[in-house]
Design a protein around this ligand. Structure first.
Ligand SMILES: [Zn+2]
Length: 640
């Protein structure tokens, strides 16, 4: 019998899907081939009810593991994250990097719980989930998600290599400051005051945005643009990075260029991906693990979605509005045009006075959550139930939402409230984080299967946060509107569209760069620099030069995420796409109660694939059509 089982296992045609996946991850340290066959014979469920009982037991164990680990992490991080905890000491900083689950997968393979899971709840590829999944019951979806828990068996040393590469990239990016007061024009003028220090690229970009409308704005914008290009092509003088003492002319200084460090950091991460590949039989490249495995939309699909928008005729339409408002021809850095924001029309001081009085501290915000939910349209009982699972805590940083991992812990809204109370900016962010928390409660506490808790990927929780944030003014107590704003203003649509145009180009460069790296695993930092510039130019010349001019511009490669967060950028435009589709869909629900009811239905779908979630939420897969239609409709309403 043993022999026949072994041959059955070796002959993958006859072995079950689970048995084949167990065999692919089984090593000699786990046992002989005979022991493998015996393990399979002993542990494969024979009936549906056996399988259901196993599923329920595994779900319970996973929920308790994830939740306990999270509760421990929350406790350990309190001194470094919250202001109402002990002052952080050296041990707190050390433990802030500790992960209770770092060895979880290792342990579960060692005690063979992982193999029991894989055997009975095998992994389905993304394509299978998107095709077979159309006819799956909720239980079958939950079973499939169980099959995603143990898919790789990366040794601790390789995990450490990846963590180290990411930390090196993070440190490189976190300490890349430009001393703006040390920059000189060609005729030796200093444009910024001495103490202006900007972190690349976020601060540089935000400074550039803030300069729209300033009297000497354009000369400074051109200078920032010049610095950015020299960061991308690495001709920036090494002493200019954190160069407190180093005065230079970005247009002409040509000495001691940075030695391709930017690209060396990216290649270190690539080496860590290559090391992981051998241990990930169902997802054998970093690109597949990131997109099919993480985002759950294949890179090629995102690529064509993004190209369809950046190549649409609506780009020229919005560009001409910008050209008219600026009163000049567009420049490459106008991808960051900031003039569609409604800031100017708001009396922020008056709003801050209101929010300060309303929210002197975190408890005041917590006490007001039920009201915020009912104002959004939730029934009193639902609002009470949701609010009971959210706590508000005073954060040291700017605020964030900390998700709940099991039904014994609350979602945590962390917000920073100064002694003078919460100002409008703080309120706006708090409402965003509240939107995350409401989503987290709906799809954990109010969902049918723990294995389906959560959302398809980060873009989908951001969409919920933005839905709330967009309505922050209407949620204030004195706001008269009985109807929540259900559609965006023209400028909001333009703003959303132009942000998508910018971030999609950046994402296309990021994705193409990783494709090139996998095709050239032995590339040097210099070669990667040249390839990245080639890619950035190609995308620029195709989709941006016709609108913004300048042949062979490399600006799209300046994002720091390209270095410290591999392949993360495409999440941003995906978030915009999802948000816009949801806004358009929810606009059909006219009363607050209808709106909240539909929002609740959607955010209780849980962790389906992004495509299936969207189909069940709004009736179609992630699509750029709604925003394209909205932009075109603005033009049609204003014939020229
Ligand atoms: Zn967010």
């Amino acid at each position: 019998m043993l022999a026949s089982c072994t041959s059955k296992n070796n002959n993958s045609m006859n072995a079950s899907r689970g048995a084949r996946q167990v065999a692919a991850l089984w090593t000699s340290a786990d046992g002989t081939q005979e022991e493998l066959a015996q393990f399979i014979a002993d542990n494969e469920c024979k009936t549906d009810s056996e399988r259901l009982a196993l599923f329920e037991s595994l779900s319970r164990i996973l929920e308790r593991m994830y939740e306990s680990a999270d509760l421990l992490t929350v406790e350990l991080l309190k001194p470094t994250q919250l202001t109402n905890a002990a002052e952080p000491q050296t041990p707190d900083w050390i433990m802030s990097g500790y992960s209770p689950l770092a060895h979880f997968a290792d342990d579960m393979f060692a005690n063979k719980l992982a193999f029991v899971t894989i055997l009975n709840f095998p992994h389905y590829t993304l394509e299978e989930k998107n095709t077979l999944g159309r006819n799956w019951t909720r239980q079958e979806w939950a079973y499939a998600r169980m099959g995603d828990v143990f898919t790789t068996r990366v040794p601790a040393a390789v995990n450490t290599q990846m963590a180290q590469a990411l930390a090196n990239a993070e440190n490189y990016i976190a300490d890349y400051n430009i001393y703006m007061g040390n920059l000189r024009t060609e005729d030796d003028r200093q444009l910024w005051e001495n103490d202006k220090i900007l972190l690349s690229h976020w601060n540089l970009r935000d400074e550039l945005k803030a300069l729209y409308g300033a009297a000497d704005g354009q000369e400074k914008q051109e200078m920032i643009y010049q610095v950015m290009q020299r960061i991308v092509d690495q001709s920036i003088p090494a002493q200019a990075i954190n160069g407190k003492e180093y005065v230079w002319r970005p247009y002409s200084t040509q000495e001691h260029a940075e030695p391709y460090t930017r690209y060396a950091r990216i290649l270190e991460i690539a080496q860590a991906y290559f090391a992981e590949d051998a241990y990930c039989p169902t997802m054998p490249t970093g690109i597949i693990r990131n997109f099919e495995g993480g985002v759950e939309i294949p890179a090629a699909e995102l690529d064509s979605l993004f190209r369809a928008l950046v190549g649409s005729k609506q780009v020229q339409q919005v560009a001409s509005v910008i050209r008219e408002r600026l009163g000049r021809d567009l420049r490459p850095y106008d991808i960051w045009y900031d003039g569609f924001k409604a800031r100017a029309s708001m009396d922020e001081d008056a709003l801050s006075a209101t929010t300060r009085a309303l929210y002197p501290d975190a408890n005041a915000f917590a006490a007001d959550m039920w009201r915020l939910l009912t104002k959004m349209g939730f029934y009193s009982e639902d609002a009470r139930r949701i609010a009971s699972h959210i706590v508000v805590e005073p954060a040291r940083g700017s605020g964030h939402a900390w998700p709940c991992m099991g039904k014994n812990e609350p979602a945590r809204l962390r917000t920073r409230i100064p002694a003078s109370g919460m100002d409008y900016k703080g309120y706006n962010i708090a409402v965003h984080e509240f939107g995350h928390c409401v989503e987290q409660v709906l799809d954990l506490y109010m969902i049918d299967y723990y294995m389906l808790s959560g959302v398809p990927n980060t873009a989908y929780t951001e969409a919920s946060a933005f839905l709330w944030q967009q309505r922050d003014l209407q949620l204030l107590p004195k706001s008269e509107s009985s109807n929540l704003k259900s559609s965006m203003s023209k400028d909001e649509v333009y703003d959303q569209f132009w942000s998508m145009y910018e971030i999609m180009g950046v994402s296309l460069v990021d994705m193409a760069m990783w494709k090139w790296i996998y095709a050239h695993p032995k590339a040097t930092p210099k070669e990667l620099c040249e390839a990245t510039m080639r890619i950035a130019k190609e995308i620029w010349n195709t989709y941006y030069e016709p609108v913004l001019g300048e042949h062979d511009c490399i600006l799209l490669a300046v994002y720091s995420h390209m270095v410290n967060a591999p392949m993360y950028l495409p999440n941003y435009p995906l978030g915009h796409i999802v948000q816009y589709q949801l806004e358009e869909h929810l606009a059909q629900y006219k009363t607050p109660a209808e709106f909240a009811g539909e929002y609740m239905r959607i955010y209780r779908l849980g962790r389906l694939t992004p495509k299936e979630w969207m189909v069940q939420a709004v009736g179609e897969a992630p699509s750029i059509e709604p925003i394209l239609r909205a932009v075109a409709a603005i033009e049609n309403s204003h014939p020229q």
